[in-house]
Structure formats: C-alpha cells, structure tokens
Design a binder for this molecule. Structure first.
Ligand code: TXA
Ligand code: MG
Length: 331
C-alpha cells in the first residue's frame, strides 16, 4: 500500500522525482504529477486508464503563475481570480506553446485552477510550479473525497497519498471556458453560474453537454457508481419507480433527511426487505460533501440500485443534481 502521510516535504520529493501523489483539494482528491514532466503525466493516464485525449487541469500556487501556462491571459480572469481563488473554479484559456501536449490532450487550450486546501497550496508553493491532476479515481469510478478512497482505488499505483482529511466541497470544480467569444460554463460545481455572471457583469451560458468534443471526460459514466442510480425530485415520486427497479439485489436509499428516507420506504413498501438506508446527508452542502462517499458505500454493499432524493438546485445543489442526472441518465 502507498505511504499515507501529512508530510508535505515527502510529497514534494516524490513529485520532483517524477512520481505520483494523491493530493487533497477542497473539491475531490487529485492524482498529481509535475505538469512539466511529460513522462510523469503519461503515468497519470496509465494509472487512471484514461484516454490520452482527455485533458488534465493544471493546479497552480497562485494566480501570478497563470502567465506561465496561458498564451494570453483572458481579460475576464482577474475579477474571477480575485474573488474566487484559491477555490473550486477551473478556467480554460488558450495554452502557451510550451505546455506539454500530454496535459492538454493535444488541444490549444489549457485548464488551470488554484485549489483551496492548505496542504495542496503548501506543496504547490514549495514546488513553485504546476501540478497536473485529474480526480484520483480509476476511470469509471466516482471521484475520491478521502485519502482512504484514493488508497482503495489506486493502491500501489500511487506513490504517496497526502492525507488532508475529507474534502470540504465534495464535488469537482466548476469549469468556465474563457477561450472563446463568450464565457461558457462546461461543468457546474460549488461556484454557481449566477455567481460567475454577476462577477463578470455579463450573461454566462451553460454548455448543453452535446457531444464530447468540448470537454472530453464528462461522460455520464465518469460520475456514476456501479449500482444503477435513480434520481427523484422528491421522496413522494418513489412510488412511480417501484416497478422499474432491478428485480434482485439490495437497493440503497440516499436522502437529505430521515423524513425523506421514511417517505421513500413507504413509497417502496413492497420492496422493504431489499432496502438499505444510507446515512442522510442534509441540505445541498451536506449532499455535495457526502455524495461520493455514499455512492461508494452502495457499491461496497453490492447494491444493484441507489434511489436518491435529490437536493434543491440552490448553490452547490445544482452541481449535485448535475452529477446525479449524468449518473442516472436512462433511468
Ligand atoms: O475539482 C476538480 O476539478 C478536480 C480536482 C482534483 O482539482 N479535478 C478534476 O479533474 O475533476 P478531472 O480530470 O476528473 O476533470 C477535469 C475536466 C475534464 O472533464 C476535462 O475534459 C476538463 O476538465 N478539461 C481539462 N482541460 C480542458 C480544456 N483544455 N478544455 C476543456 N475542458 C478541459
Ligand atoms: Mg474525474
């Protein structure tokens, strides 16, 4: 098993030597490699089983580093960086020529962010450079939000895991693309579309999700557990899905409150012997914080389905609903 530690020096040594580190951020754990070391970045793809055309996010110690990665700094960046960095916002911009093609997936754009986690920032400052880091899960698993998730997914394929505790936000960063004519949100997260519009003083569009070309790696399967996800707008709707659920295996139930859990239990009364309650997660923030841990739990319990009463779309609730909608598409 990899070394699990809070020793920042050890993490920096591994990264300088071209190794891979499980890196805590405020969103999810990343699988970090020195972004200027193409060989190390190639290993990230190999370990994840990720297609080489799916670009990685470059994590930076602060906004002053952006000029080393961008061909030109977008005019709109300053207001976003001032207000939201360090924080769960990734910005896509035109890439500087020297950014390794391994990082960009061969595109002419690069995605960068400054993560808000003290250990990640300490590593980045000591390295004084960028770290390419996708979420530290194997391709096809949900993102890890604890050091234990990283170890469970990657084992010895990661050289060291820096243990920064459970991630505060729990879902991946918001991605805004500033490389085109108008700013476009490619992925929702804790930073909302409304917040971005108001900071930029202009309408921000939300990418429709059509096709994979715009932001490869956002397929439904990237956000889905093995169990089939059934997303409900409210607990009362559980009666409508009863007949469509898998015919065998345990069915996990995830909701914000015990009241909602009880409502689902009565809606699915005929299946009572197969239902497994997951611990309720509270409002939108709690939902984001615990979502991936609960989905992983459903998989550990070998449930064939997870019925989820989605949180309201306020704040990070919109991102939780986005991930659940992707995970449940078709159900
Ligand atoms: O919160 C996060 O963003 C986490 C933590 C570790 O920072 N990282 C993360 O990475 O979620 P990953 O690789 O799982 O997702 C990165 C997403 C992918 O969907 C990819 O398509 C998109 O960012 N992306 C990266 N570079 C891009 C680019 N140049 N243009 C468009 N999309 C890009
Ligand atoms: Mg990912």
């Amino acid at each position: 098993m990899p070394e699990v530690t809070t020793d920042v020096d050890a993490a920096v040594r591994v990264l300088r030597a071209g190794g891979l580190v499980g890196l805590p951020t405020e969103t999810v754990y990343g699988l970090a490699a020195h972004a200027r070391n193409p060989e190390a970045v190639r290993r990230v793809f190999a370990v994840k089983g990720r297609p080489p055309t799916h670009p990685l996010i470059v994590h930076l110690p602060d906004a002053s580093h952006v000029g080393r990665w961008a061909a030109e700094i977008p005019a709109a960046l300053a207001s976003l960086a001032d207000a939201l960095w360090p924080g769960p916002l990734t910005v896509v911009m035109r890439a500087a020529a020297e950014v390794p093609a391994e990082v960009t997936g061969g595109r002419d754009t690069v995605a960068v962010r400054v993560p808000a986690h003290p250990l990640a920032l300490e590593v980045l400052r000591r390295l004084d450079d960028g770290l390419a880091a996708p979420s530290a899960n194997r391709f096809g698993e949900v993102s890890p939000t604890t050091a234990a998730h990283v170890v469970a997914d990657l084992g010895d394929d990661v050289d060291l895991v820096l243990d920064g505790g459970p991630c505060l936000v729990g879902v991946e960063s918001t991605i805004i693309d500033l490389s085109g004519e108008t700013p476009e949100v490619l992925r929702t997260g804790a930073v909302t579309v409304e917040e971005l519009s108001s900071l930029l003083g202009t309408g921000v569009t939300l990418w429709s999700g059509e096709g994979e070309a715009r932001a490869p790696g956002m397929l439904a399967s990237h956000y889905a557990p093995h169990a089939t996800v059934y997303m409900l707008d409210d607990a009362a709707a559980s009666t409508e899905i009863a007949t469509g659920l898998p015919g065998e295996g345990s069915i996990a139930v995830l909701a914000g409150t015990t009241t909602e859990l009880d409502q689902v239990r009565s809606g699915l009364a005929g299946l009572a012997h197969r239902l497994v309650d997951l611990e309720p997660v509270g409002g939108p923030e709690g939902f984001a914080h615990d979502l991936y841990d609960r989905l992983r739990q459903a998989d550990r319990l070998k449930c064939t389905a997870v019925v989820v009463v989605a949180p309201p779309p306020q704040g990070v609730g919109a991102a939780v609903r986005d991930r659940l909608a992707r995970a449940s598409s078709g159900n």
